[in-house]
Design a protein around this ligand. Structure first.
Ligand SMILES: CC(C)(COP(=O)(O)OP(=O)(O)OC[C@H]1O[C@@H](n2cnc3c(N)ncnc32)[C@H](O)[C@@H]1OP(=O)(O)O)[C@@H](O)C(=O)NCCC(=O)NCCS
Length: 79
């Protein structure tokens, strides 16, 4: 699976990229990401990863060192 959230104008965010363990290293995640990115031509696509830099580098993503974030309240404790 993979999800892309877009504002429909200029910014999109890629998340929840996941391939079932038994099906990894067959190009599935690469193809999912390629298809999602193709859906938002002209938009800036961001993501955060701790462990899959090689995957995204191979698809043309580059590092953007000044990424910042905050958790609103406590993580996973919504209203
Ligand atoms: C990361 C993940 C999505 C990759 O899925 P996949 O379908 O196996 O990816 P692909 O087959 O398209 O791999 C493409 C390339 O990414 C890189 N890559 C993928 N998995 C890798 C791994 N475990 N270690 C190093 N490089 C890896 C390789 O360059 C690979 O090309 P190659 O197989 O020709 O060497 C999968 O391992 C996964 O679901 N992991 C757990 C969830 C996760 O970490 N998601 C990423 C969160 S941002």
């Amino acid at each position: 699976m993979a999800r892309l959230l877009s504002d429909g104008v200029c910014n999109a965010y890629l998340l929840d990229v996941w391939t079932k363990s038994s099906h990894r290293r067959r190009g599935i995640a690469s193809e999912l990401v390629r298809r999602l990115v193709a859906e938002v031509p002209g938009q800036h696509v961001g993501l955060q990863t701790d462990n899959a830099q090689a995957l995204y580098r191979s698809l043309g993503f580059d590092f953007q060192p000044d990424f910042m974030s905050i958790v609103s309240g406590r993580w996973l404790e919504g209203g």
